[in-house]
Design a protein around this ligand. Structure first.
Ligand SMILES: Cc1cc2nc3c(=O)[nH]c(=O)nc-3n(C[C@H](O)[C@H](O)[C@H](O)COP(=O)(O)OP(=O)(O)OC[C@H]3O[C@@H](n4cnc5c(N)ncnc54)[C@H](O)[C@@H]3O)c2cc1C
Length: 395
């Protein structure tokens, strides 16, 4: 049984099932996230990412962990990288989102980058010297990513000219390069989609940051590409293979979100529990009221179940399984569970839980994001349905 309170020596009860390497990893991550927690209120209020915290995140294993030793990473297991993401979700979901995108960019470079591209982009990213973003979504191409229209025109010189608009791109305003998916020939459908490495300073690139409800310390940006000329050497992987390259990283992305959501639910449990034992109404702590216990027990059950689901998917990936369906199930279950947990935590806190600066208010906003990127809940359901029934409900 791993549900329960934190032992000051051993750590939270759910760490008891982890081996010593994993416990050491999450302990270091938690220590660092606790250390930087005082930055949260101002960053969240102002909508700014304190980029100075990123090298420290890399040092405790974020991003580097997901990359093999041969490419300068730490070669952690899927379970270990997911455990880190749970800690980030518990500590500061904006950093979980940031780490997720940096990991995705690093994984794409590691999987498909040439040696020269790895030297220019991957090594500096893992060293905390460069920040990258990933752009597939467009104003008219969201869940149906294959319908993107950003055009990559091949010029007689062999270079490509990119024209289009990307939407909701995480941290593009802080990055200095991006992986942009564009089509070399709209007539080819998904088989025309190609990944390009775009240096941010290239003429024609314009980034417009937008205010958002959730994960406020990570930015959400439109990226306008107005005749951006990219050398042929900046094609990432093969021409026409951009979508399948991105889909290779999809499992890890979904797992990362799932684990981060479990962290949000865990933080909701901690906030609700500590409030319930300290808040007195009708002459006794509200923790003594059965209906408050119901709310807290529900949060605990959701958190516990979410943890089992994401860890099972991670272990399957570590055993070499495809785990596509399990990662979809995990993303679907954990993101919805985080929303329920955060909503119930606000209820336990009453009005205090709605006030800006209160942890429950931030968890509530941050949980709300989780059911949308990396495939909405509906898209996960359709993926699961297709795997179970052998029929696509999309096309
Ligand atoms: C905080 C945040 C960060 C993001 N970061 C990035 C990023 O870094 N890079 C990037 O490229 N993108 C990013 N995105 C975009 C994200 O990937 C898209 O929002 C997502 O793919 C959904 O697309 P959409 O928002 O256009 O919704 P739509 O696809 O328009 O969907 C709207 C609604 O319709 C439903 N729907 C759509 N199709 C179907 C169907 N066939 N059956 C049933 N229901 C359906 C959806 O589930 C949803 O409820 C980010 C989004 C958010 C919110």
């Amino acid at each position: 049984m791993t549900v329960g309170r934190t032992d000051p020596q051993a750590g939270p009860a759910h760490w008891a099932e982890l081996d010593q390497d994993c416990v050491g990893l999450v302990r270091r991550a938690r220590r660092y996230l606790d250390e930087i927690a005082p930055l949260i209120p101002a960053a969240d209020r102002d909508g700014t990412l304190p980029v100075e915290v990123i090298p420290g995140l890399l040092d405790v294993g974020f991003v580097r962990g997901a990359i093999g030793v041969g490419d300068g990473g730490l070669g952690l297991s899927h379970l270990q990288t997911a455990l880190l993401m749970e800690e980030a979700g518990r500590g500061w979901a904006s950093l979980r989102t940031t780490a997720n995108i940096l990991t995705l960019v690093a994984e794409l470079l590691s999987a498909a980058g040439s040696e020269e591209q790895k030297q220019r982009f991957l090594r500096p990213l893992l060293a905390g010297e460069r920040m990258g973003w990933f752009a597939i979504t467009e104003p008219e191409a969201g869940s149906d990513a294959a319908s993107l229209t950003t055009l990559a025109d091949r010029l007689p010189t062999g270079s490509y000219r990119l024209t289009g608009r990307k939407a909701y791109i995480t941290n593009a305003s802080y990055g200095d390069f991006g992986v942009v998916l564009a089509t070399v020939d709209p007539g080819l459908g998904a088989r025309g989609i190609t990944a390009f490495l775009v240096e941010q300073e290239t003429p024609g690139v314009r980034v417009v940051a937008r205010r958002q409800l959730s994960v406020r310390a990570a930015s959400c940006c439109d990226v306008v590409l107005n005749g951006v000329v990219i050398p042929a050497g900046n094609v990432l992987g093969d021409v026409g293979r951009g979508l399948s390259l991105a889909m290779r990283a999809v499992n890890a992305g979904r797992l990362n979100v799932s684990a981060g959501c479990t962290g949000i639910a865990q933080a909701a449990l901690e906030a609700a529990s500590s409030h319930a034992v300290s808040r007195t109404q009708f002459g006794k702590p509200i923790a003594g009221f059965q209906l408050v216990q119901q709310l807290i027990a529900d949060i605990a059950v959701q958190t516990h179940a979410a943890r089992q689901v994401y860890q099972a998917a991670a272990r399957l990936l570590d055993r070499g399984g495809d785990a596509r369906v399990e990662c979809s199930m995990s993303k679907y279950f954990c993101s919805e569970a985080a929303n329920q947990a955060a909503t119930k935590a606000v209820q336990v806190l009453g009005a205090a839980g709605l006030m800006e600066g209160n942890v429950a208010e931030r968890l509530f906003r941050d949980a709300r994001e989780a059911t949308i990127p990396e495939g909405t809940s509906q898209m996960q359901v359709l993926q699961i349905g297709r795997a179970l029934l052998g029929v696509s409900a999309v096309r």
